[in-house]
Design a protein around this ligand. Structure first.
Ligand code: SAH
Length: 213
């Protein structure tokens, strides 16, 4: 599979759609324009890649909807060289968008099948996160903390405390919170002990699962 003019044309339309839904960040829209989403999907779904929809990937998980990826990326407000932790690598699509935004990305996936697949895929495509980790992102990544930003791409029943403690002062955590339906939530660390919490629209994500061992 490759990236053709036809794919680029469909991608331009997708970017227009996402912009039309309210995404304003030029940097985020350009990142979406740059990432060949069809290559992150199983070939059976390739023809759907430029619809603004989530689709199944392996292990019962989904590649997030482009609008959702753009929305979370905009809330994260990534600056060049920011150290970003992503929980839920999945297909790697959101990871690739963060890399296009010139972040230093640390990303964690708990499904072995997806982890192995995305590892090979990143190598093939030349995407270079600082670290791609197989494990439980519920605990964050204390050995690399603190982070300028943390993004959770699965629905969390509540905000994991470990993630709050791994934010820099001024750092941002973007996390969908809720059981069946999630409220997009932005938490900004104002000082060592103070956190500001803002909530946005409703979304539906696959669940963030905690490995209790
Ligand atoms: N950003 C991904 C979204 C994939 S869906 C994409 O656009 O493709 C969410 C992912 O979170 C799934 O792959 C799921 O396996 C993973 N996940 C769920 N709980 C997790 C946890 N505790 N730690 C790490 N990954 C987790």
């Amino acid at each position: 599979m490759q990236d053709t003019l036809k794919h680029r044309g469909m991608r331009n339309k997708l970017v227009d759609t996402v912009a039309g839904k309210g995404i304003k960040s030029k940097a985020v829209l350009e990142a979406l324009r740059a990432v060949p989403r069809h290559l992150f999907m199983d070939s059976g779904f390739e023809s759907h890649a430029y619809q603004d929809k989530a689709f199944p990937i392996a292990a019962g998980q989904t590649i997030s909807q482009p609008f959702t990826v753009a929305y979370q990326s905009e809330l994260l407000d990534v600056q060049k060289n920011d150290k970003i932790l992503e929980i839920g690598t999945g297909s790697g699509y959101q990871t690739a968008v963060l890399l296009e935004l010139k972040a230093r990305v640390y990303t964690i996936e708990r499904q072995l099948e997806l982890f192995k697949k995305v590892k090979l895929f990143f190598q093939k495509m030349g995407y270079r996160p600082k670290k791609l980790i197989f494990g439980d992102g519920y605990k964050g990544l204390p050995e690399e903390a603190p982070f300028d930003g943390i993004i959770v791409t699965a629905g969390a029943p509540e905000v994991p405390k470990a993630l709050l403690s791994q934010l820099k002062v001024g750092g941002r955590l973007v996390i969908p919170v809720g059981q069946d339906e999630q409220q997009m939530t932005l938490i900004i660390r104002k000082s060592d002990k103070e956190f500001e919490r803002k909530t946005y629209g409703a979304f539906r994500f696959v669940p963030l699962l905690e490995d209790k061992n």
